[in-house]
Ligand binder design. Structure first.
Ligand code: PLP
Ligand code: COI
Length: 341
């Protein structure tokens, strides 16, 4: 076996079929033993719960090649527990955390040739997901489920890499008060597609979604949380019940405070205070930290002083520290890195 011959620096964020994926079925009230398969297709009944009532949850994390040549994942235990929380919210049987971690190790090892080399700018995206596989026609949870994990090598989520993004404040909501915005369910993403296509058609890179109850606070985008740097160089990030608890954001709060000596605050952030911030970024597994240069609120431009050419200096420090930890050039806090091989 040899590393795949891809132009790693230019692969973009897309799906490529790799050799192996993991499958485990839930039947008769329990999770069965899982296995690796080369079959990338899923066959389900026409009335499967996933197809009719969207009973599905997923996760996203990455495998990295470290400077010294190991393959590692970053805080996969947090993905395991978040997926269990998501499953419970959708009345699905949680897939046990320890088995989740082992399944990921197995799939990454089996597809080791697809893990991009250190320094290539690409990483291996890992997509665990589970869905209702048995038929339901009355609105209720299914009896049977399937858990799967596939991997695909990816480059930067946003075209243009580290070039600052322009966002628009959306007229649509991605979540509902007391809804499912805080869990990672496919239905939240279906909700956001029309807003996403509309934003792109109007020339914007992404949407800023506001809090669905009052539309006065900033929540997140369709696939990442926000971080803001204030004029004193400290980190502020929105707190809300309806945003996804990003593992990247939670990690950055720790990195900012304990590695960079910054003050960090998690609090509701009003749309009308954005102009007071010095820097803005989107954070997530796919987004890593993508700088935002400008947010357009119905004709009003909110321009961050960091500008449209490059990442702001504090955002850059956060980016370098986080990716240094992930790639093994900066010592990680205890338990953050899981060595696969
Ligand atoms: N918010 C949304 C809606 C997302 O889809 C993601 C991606 O997973 C994030 C935030 C970032 O979360 P994480 O850092 O755990 O990848
Ligand atoms: C991730 O960052 O893992 C996500 O799920 C976001 C998605 C937009 C790709």
């Amino acid at each position: 076996m040899a590393k795949k011959d891809l132009d790693w620096a230019n692969i973009g964020f897309g799906y490529r079929t790799t050799e192996f994926r993991y499958v485990a079925n839930y039947k008769d009230g329990q999770w069965q033993d899982g296995f690796l398969t080369e079959d990338a297709n899923v066959t389900v009944n026409e009335c499967a719960g996933i197809l009719q009532y969207c009973q599905e949850v997923f996760e996203g994390l990455k495998a990295y090649t470290t400077k010294d040549g190991h393959i590692v994942t970053f805080r996969p235990d947090l993905n395991a527990t978040r997926m269990m929380d998501s499953a419970l919210r959708l009345e699905m049987p949680p897939f046990p955390a320890e088995r989740f971690l082992e399944a990921i190790d197995e799939v990454v090892k089996a597809n080791a040739d697809w893990v991009p080399p250190y320094g290539s700018g690409a990483t291996l995206y890992i997509r665990p997901y589970m869905f209702a596989s048995s038929p339901v026609i009355g609105v209720k949870p299914a009896q049977e489920y399937q858990f799967r994990v596939f991997v695909t090598p990816v480059g930067p989520y946003f075209k243009g890499g580290a070039k600052p993004l322009t966002l628009c404040v959306s007229d649509f909501d991605r979540a509902a008060p007391n809804g499912t915005g805080h869990v990672k369910a496919g239905l939240n993403y279906a909700m956001s597609l029309h807003a996403n296509v509309t934003a792109h058609a109007n020339g914007y890179d992404e949407n800023v979604f506001l809090d669905p109850a009052t539309r006065t606070y900033v929540e997140e985008t369709g696939g990442a949380n926000f971080i803001f740097i204030d004029k004193e160089g400290n980190l502020v990030t929105p707190k809300s019940e309806s945003i996804l608890p990003s593992i990247t954001r939670r990690s950055l709060l720790y990195v900012a405070e304990h590695y960079l000596g910054m003050k960090v605050t998690e609090r509701p952030v009003r749309l009308d205070e954005l102009e007071n911030f010095a820097e803005c970024g989107l954070c997530g597994t796919a987004a890593v930290i993508s700088p935002v240069g400008k947010i357009v609120d119905h004709g009003k431009d909110i321009c961050f002083p960091s500008g449209m050419d490059a990442m702001g200096p504090v955002t850059q420090k956060l980016y370098d520290t986080l990716t240094g930890i992930q790639m093994g050039t900066i010592e990680a806090p205890e338990g953050w890195i899981r060595k696969i091989m």
